[in-house]
Structure formats: C-alpha cells, structure tokens
Design a protein around this ligand. Structure first.
Ligand SMILES: *Cc1c(COP(=O)(O)O)cnc(C)c1O
Length: 376
C-alpha cells in the first residue's frame, strides 16, 4: 500500500553488492570470469535487482536454480547468459524461448537433450555437471563413457564442464583436493579427445575466498560472497584473499512496550519466566517473516543501539525482547534484526550460530512478505 510505513523490511545496498562483486573479480584476476549466483531470489536480496547490479558491473553470466527463476530474470529484461543449475524435461521448451542454458546431470539426460535439440532444429548449449564426489547432482559415469556420450551428440553443444564441492571450507578434509583431482582427470581426457569446452568451473565462494587457485580454471560461481559472506573455515586454512561485507540489513518496528512483574510468563508455552520485573518490547516480526523459531529464548536483536535478548517463543508475527536495559524505546521505534547500530553488529553468521543453522539459511529464510528496499 502506498504511503504506509514498512513494519518489517530489509534494506539492500546495491553499492555493496557491486563492491563485493568487484572484490571477487579482483581476487580471481583477469583470466577468470565471475558468474553471479542469484538463485533463491539472490539469497533473499532480490534476483532482478541483484542481476541488474551485476550486469552493470559487467557480469556476463548469472546462475539460477530453476527455469522458473531464469524466466523471471528474462521477463525483467536481463540480458546476461543464465545457467540453470538443474532442469526438468518438461521445462526444456522454455530454455529455448527464454535463452537459458541448462546444466545437465547425467548421460541419459544428455542424450535426451540432444534428441530434444534435434527435434527443435536448433543447437542447445549446455554445461555438463560432473559428480566428482559431492554425491548430489552430476554424472558419475566413467570418463570414457562421458567422452563417448558427448561425442555422440549432434545438436547439443558442450559449453562447459562443471563440478561442485562438498567441503570447500574444510581444511581438515581431503575431499576438495580429491574432487579437484577427479575433475582434472576428466578435463584431461576431454582434451586428449580434442573436446575443448569454453568453460571449466568448480569453485564457489569458499574456494574463491581461501584462494584455492587449482579450482578456478576459467570461471568461478560466486553466491554468498556477493552478499557479503564467507563461511568460516575448519582446520588450518590459508588466509582469506577476499574482503566482502554484508549488503542487507533487516529491521522491524516496536508494536508495544510494557513492564512485567517478577515471575510473569512470556509467550506461547510460558517458556520464559521473568526472573525480576522487566521491561519488554513486542516486535512486528516473527517466524512468518523468517525470524527463526529456533531463536526462541536464544537469539538477540539490536534495540536502541544495544543487544536485546529474545524472550520466550518466537511467534508467527510477533517476537518479544527484553529492553530493561534500553533507556528509551517506544512503539513505532525501529529495531535491527540483522545489521548494525553504531558499534553493535549482528550478521547472518552470528544469527545462524544462535539458531543452530547456517548463514545461507538465515538469508534465504527472510520471507516474501518482508519488503525489500534498495539503497545505493
Ligand atoms: C549455490 C551454488 C553456488 C554458489 O555457492 P556460494 O557458496 O553461495 O558461493 C555455486 N555453484 C552451485 C552449483 C551452487 O548450487
């Protein structure tokens, strides 16, 4: 509704996303292209807006998780190449109509795509996903079979070979080195067979940020980093070569402030009992906005420039916090769920730790009803 103030909104800095993208570009150097991963509505930041920022920065490639997400970008007028990380056969006609490029997950799927391309008369470019050890999408066929299957195509054009790491931030595990070695063997076999796809790509944020140069080849797929996050590494990781900052902050408003006496119960289930008389504030945000239910009696927000603990259960649309120590707070005041007020900071990683989840899930969990506001 025009004119109404936002109860609960996120503020997203286009400039910060642009700076994060430039940091990734600078980190990998001029020989390596940077694809911007904008799946899941750009991790909650808005795929169209983020896609526009990246295009303006010169990004030639974006990636989405589904054909539907790709179509939405085209409908908004985005012109970059769009890699769709997985597709259904029933979505393939939309690939052509909207000029989307599929990632292909098996040799059977490849043969079917080739047949589909033949039936439509045109070549279709695709990227073949290798399962180098993640055990999720991608072909695990022997390399000779992969080469033969690619050779057998007549209308599907191999544009890229790709794989994805399972443990890229874990320097206690040999898994990433093993995955790189397996992928390299396949690339070598392709070269021997004189098959030279224009793009070879393995790395996402962790393999970029910790400088795993052997995984960069000529394209990297950056998601989390664009939004200002690098997951902490496990074990003895090299120093980070990437500086990025969060581009999103999340705010809501105070609906009500009141005093409660010692022993008063707060919220569903009466799970919090006031150990003394307290001042509490009720916020206009709950789990329906993406404020995790798991933060009940565990999370914090920033109110009046101070950390304020969540009291009791997070409800669907409401959350109660302790503001006994906050000198002045009143209905209508703004509270920060994620972001900073002065020196006090709360980022998705800290929230994730309190909620027992990962920062990706906190960002993607900010629900559709939370208004997205863009600033420069
Ligand atoms: C999500 C995803 C990425 C991006 O990962 P980040 O850790 O967010 O950089 C890259 N590649 C694939 C295949 C993905 O699914």
């Amino acid at each position: 509704m025009p004119g109404l103030p936002h109860r609960c909104y996120v503020e997203i800095s286009r400039g910060q996303i642009a700076r994060n993208y430039r940091s990734v570009v600078a980190a990998v150097g001029p020989e390596v292209e940077v694809l911007g991963v904008v799946k899941a509505n750009a991790y909650g930041h808005g795929a169209v807006e983020v896609g526009r920022v990246l295009e303006a920065e010169g990004a030639r490639w974006l990636a989405v998780s589904s054909v539907q997400e790709g179509v939405a970008l085209r409908a908004a007028g985005l012109k970059a190449r769009i890699l769709v990380l997985s597709t259904l056969r029933s979505e393939w006609s939309a690939l052509l109509e909207f000029e989307l490029t599929p990632s292909i997950q098996s040799l059977e799927e490849l043969a079917e795509l080739d047949g589909f391309a033949r039936s439509t008369g045109g070549p279709i470019r695709y990227h073949l996903k290798i399962d180098s050890g993640m055990g999720r999408l991608g072909t695990r066929a022997p390399v000779e079979a992969i080469v033969a299957a690619v050779r057998a195509t007549t209308h599907a054009r191999l544009e890229g070979l790709m794989t994805h790491f399972a443990s890229a931030a874990d320097y206690e595990s040999p898994q990433t080195d093993q995955q790189i070695a397996g992928f390299d063997r396949i690339c070598d076999a392709f070269q021997e067979a004189s098959l030279t796809p224009p793009y070879l790509h393995l790395a996402s944020t962790s393999a970029i940020a910790y400088g795993r140069r052997g995984a960069w080849r000529n394209l990297v797929r950056a998601g989390h980093a664009l939004y200002g996050y690098v997951s902490p590494a496990r074990g003895s990781a090299p120093n980070r070569i990437l500086e990025v900052r969060p581009a999103l902050s999340w705010k809501t408003k105070v609906l009500s402030v009141k005093e409660i006496p010692e022993d008063a119960l707060v919220g569903y289930g009466g799970t919090f009992r006031a150990p003394r008389s307290m001042r509490i504030a009720v916020l206009a945000a709950g789990y329906a906005d993406g404020l995790q239910h798991r933060l009940s009696s565990r999370g914090k927000v920033i109110a009046g420039g101070k950390l304020a603990p969540i009291l009791g259960t997070v409800s669907m649309d409401l959350t109660t916090i302790d503001v006994s120590h906050v000198t002045s707070i009143a209905p209508g005041d703004e509270v920060t769920l994620l972001g900073s007020e002065g020196e006090v900071k709360l980022d998705a990683q800290q929230i994730a730790r309190a909620a027992g989840t990962i920062s990706y899930s906190i960002l993607c969990g900010i629900s559709a009803r939370v208004v997205r506001v863009y600033v420069e």
